[in-house]
Design a protein around this ligand. Structure first.
Ligand SMILES: C[S@@+](CC[C@H](N)C(=O)[O-])C[C@H]1O[C@@H](n2cnc3c(N)ncnc32)[C@H](O)[C@@H]1O
Length: 280
């Protein structure tokens, strides 16, 4: 999957900066999907990785289970939501990159609103199958224009996987508050990094000699997350957990280390399921 051979048949994407980060979780999902004890079924991720001319292993080094954990937790929440919401369902995927979640959760026919920056949307449209139920919005998630694409009668599920860390805390707070105000009863899913990791990215976090992660200004200690969500008007936490929690067999060492308070504060990322208060 290194992309160094057979480049003639592969697609060159020319991505850089924040949009290039979409290739990182894609790579980890593709590697995960080949494992016997995989957390996700994602044959499309593997096909995408095979088709893209990019040095995945050289850029991202050792594969990590954290992106598949995030994908699986989000998938499970969306599957539950689709059953609950029935005909009123609509999913918004903010910063969707090359995620293939729509196919993993078999959301055929469900309105699905993909929001990403124009460079990322161009790649998504080039590489993934078109679908009448999908609305693709090429704008920043911070531009509230995407909200108008949500069907008027829907109480949406809004996912922001691997996105909010690229914003400032005030932007995150304001975006979450506006989502909660506009869509009472909506489910919201997002993940977080710690302030220590955020600070490393601001100094230039070299993942590999050929790849430096872009700045991620927003970090929060996982144990401060519940209070943070409660402080956003009309938003309430449903489940707040660390990446070590949902699949302990796959995160044994990380789980052990994340019980040590100083390490937990520095390294434990968070997974948040929240809900907008209906009738607030
Ligand atoms: C780490 S990737 C995550 C992609 C996808 N959610 C996944 O889990 O595979 C971050 C994504 O956020 C997108 N992004 C960054 N800034 C954005 C913004 N202001 N508005 C919308 N999308 C943005 C990037 O283009 C990229 O696709």
């Amino acid at each position: 999957m290194s992309g160094t051979n057979e480049t003639a048949t592969k697609t060159s994407l020319g991505l850089s900066g924040v949009p290039e980060t979409m290739l990182w979780p894609l790579w980890n999902r593709a590697v995960e999907a080949a494992r016997g004890d995989r957390l996700i079924e994602d044959p499309m991720a593997a096909q995408l990785v095979e088709s893209i001319d990019y040095d995945f292993a050289g850029s991202f080094k050792k594969p990590t289970v954290f992106h598949p954990i995030r994908a699986r937790v989000g998938d499970d929440l969306i599957r539950d939501y689709l059953v609950r919401a029935g005909l009123d369902a609509a999913v918004v995927a903010l910063g969707e990159g090359l995620d293939t979640q729509r196919w993993r959760v078999a959301a055929d026919g469900v309105p699905w609103i993909t929001v990403d920056v124009p460079e990322a949307i161009e790649v998504r449209q080039r590489l993934l199958p078109a679908d009448d139920a999908v609305r693709t919005i090429a704008c920043s998630a911070l531009d509230r224009a995407w909200m108008d694409a949500v069907p008027a009668d829907a109480t949406p599920f809004v996912s922001a996987a691997g996105l909010l860390m690229y914003f400032e805390e005030a932007e995150v707070r304001s975006l979450l508050g506006d989502i909660a105000a506009r869509f009472p009863g909506a489910d919201v899913f997002f993940d977080t990094i710690t302030p220590a990791i955020s600070a490393k990215t601001l100094r230039g976090l070299k993942v590999a000699p050929s790849y430096t992660a872009p700045p991620m200004p927003w970090g929060i200690v996982v144990d401060d997350l519940t209070e943070f969500v409660e402080s956003v008007p009309a938003l309430r936490p449903v489940t707040v957990q660390s990446y070590a929690d949902p699949f302990p067999k796959r995160t044994r060492l990380y789980r052990l280390l994340s019980r040590i308070p100083a390490l937990r504060r520095r390294y434990a990322g968070g997974l948040v399921h929240a809900r907008a208060v209906a009738g607030a």
